[in-house]
Ligand binder design. Structure first.
Ligand code: URA
Length: 257
């Protein structure tokens, strides 16, 4: 017998392990890492417990609100050294696509291909995302906006750490404000939990509309997960069709609703 807390814990652990498999990990590395830093723990609490308001989040970087468009925001970020990921990157991966897009996709962070090319979602998972957009939705990749929670590649494709998210998330939230999409699609556990500030497993969130700063957000599985579990594609297609309905895009075989 499990109580609801145990069930939530079980679902979270299962999702996390699934996510590690998505990222190609065969086992869990054992490392002697200092995890008891007071600041990191304090930031973790802040991240998990609060829904930061603009003043709190943008207050981390005075002047960020003056970045009125994407090129200005990119200049504001500069050759960023605000978190430890900067030491591992080849390119900062800011985002790509239509600055006035109706639809924005948010992933977790750049992988090796993205780091090398400076563009999000250009590796195998990116190819699948492009197929979802172009063949599935019938729109061009260049017509949507694509970015990640963190802009620099975490080493060994590990999850971004709380202090890295803390340092980078104001840029994502400013990107959302500048692009002002009608709909956001959150890709995978990490991105969705970061943007929504929840710990609910993606298996529970996907397919259910959420809201981010007054914008509708559809959580769905990460394309890297679909590469490993192609049987789950039907769920993503169902989520994407819901997004298409909301955007008034014709659904193949059905026409406009
Ligand atoms: N996975 C992500 O979450 N983002 C990318 O840009 C590439 C792979």
């Amino acid at each position: 017998m499990t109580n609801p807390d145990q069930r939530l814990l079980y679902d979270s652990v299962r999702d996390y392990i699934e996510q590690l498999r998505e990222e190609g990990m065969d086992g869990l590395p054992i490392k002697d890492r200092p995890v008891n830093s007071a600041t990191v723990e304090a930031k973790r609490e802040t991240i998990v417990a609060s829904k930061p308001l603009n003043a709190e989040m943008f207050g981390r970087y005075p002047g960020i609100e003056n970045a009125a468009d994407l090129p200005s925001l990119r200049s504001f970020i500069g050759e960023c050294t605000r978190c430890k990921l900067h030491g591992h990157r080849t390119n900062l991966v800011f985002g790509v696509g239509n600055p006035n897009a109706d639809l924005m996709f948010i992933g977790e962070g750049p992988g090796a291909d993205e780091d090398a090319q400076g563009e999000p979602f250009v590796g195998r998972a990116g190819q699948l995302l492009t197929d979802i957009i172009e063949r599935g939705m019938g729109i061009k990749r260049a017509d949507v906006y694509i970015c990640n929670v963190v802009k620099c590649r975490p080493p060994e494709n590990r999850n971004p750490e709380p202090d890295e998210v803390f340092a980078c998330e104001p840029f994502l939230f400013r990107q959302i404000e500048i692009v002002k999409p009608r709909v956001i699609v959150g890709l995978g556990t990490f991105a969705v939990q970061c943007v929504l500030k929840v710990k609910t497993p993606i298996s529970k969130l996907r397919g259910n509309w959420q809201e981010v700063r007054g914008i509708k957000m559809m959580p769905t599985f990460h394309p890297a997960y679909l590469l490993r579990s192609p049987g789950e594609k039907r769920f993503v297609w169902s989520d994407i069709q819901e997004v298409m309905r909301t955007l008034g895009l014709p659904i193949p075989g059905r026409g406009k609703d």
